[in-house]
Design a protein around this ligand. Sequence first.
Ligand SMILES: NC(=O)c1ccc[n+]([C@@H]2O[C@H](COP(=O)([O-])OP(=O)(O)OC[C@H]3O[C@@H](n4cnc5c(N)ncnc54)[C@H](OP(=O)(O)O)[C@@H]3O)[C@@H](O)[C@H]2O)c1
Length: 244
Amino acid sequence: MPPPSTILVSGASRGLGLAIVNDLLDTGHTVIALSRQRTVAIEALAKKHLDQIRWVEFDLSSPDAITSEWFQQFVSQDQPIHGFVSNAAVAYDDLVTNLQLDSLEHQMKINVFSPMILTKMMIRQLLLHQIGGSIIHISSISTQQGYKGLAMYAATKGAIEAFSKSTAKEWGPRKIRSNCVVPGFMETEMSSGLSQEAKERINNRTSLKEPTSITSVASTVKFLLSNDSRSITGQNIIVDSGTI
Ligand SMILES: NC(=O)c1ccc[n+]([C@@H]2O[C@H](COP(=O)([O-])OP(=O)(O)OC[C@H]3O[C@@H](n4cnc5c(N)ncnc54)[C@H](OP(=O)(O)O)[C@@H]3O)[C@@H](O)[C@H]2O)c1
């Protein structure tokens, strides 16, 4: 993927997604940023980078609208998209014995079904333009380590890791790569409900005794989008302060 190129980033309004968008814009990429909210931070980036960023409002809890609406309305067939960062997700945390089907379905739509359909549409775009590309799914260290209360969330991330690996095999011959970045605990809105004690317990389980740096994860994503990572596909890259 020679820069500057166009990258689609989901969950761009805050947290890790915002950091990824920021990093890509600074590197000269054009970004199609997707989320439900146009936050103050997105507004500031739009002012700073003007023509380089296009924010599109979309609710990923309606995966069926991706094909019928989103790609029809917002992505021109003439404009190639070289990379996709599937970052948007929600965390449904509860004990397995409290599992509610509607909450599980909601989470599956955002964390699994929408990323899969967006990947399908991305690959079709890449094939149409006869270019290779890079797809990156944001997973979670919860796929590697068990965490009480995260069984339902971890299962969605495990599904995406498996999806990514087979996507890499299926489309590698067309120079389309697929990888997962697997972050450890990061200080974002998603993790803001954890008590200080719980955060300390998680940090103490890491080699570095600190939360995972959002900028370190964003830099890894940027590397996987770049041509420097052209031989890497079908992998799960763990960025987690060394969970032990
Ligand atoms: N925080 C952690 O400790 C941690 C650890 C490992 C992995 N991760 C993963 O890292 C990624 C980023 O998480 P984060 O911590 O940055 O989370 P966050 O601060 O909660 O941000 C989540 C993003 O997803 C978007 N989103 C949520 N529901 C959506 C929907 N229905 N439609 C469209 N967009 C939606 C949100 O935008 P809107 O609300 O504006 O729609 C927001 O931009 C996720 O994949 C998460 O699973 C996080």
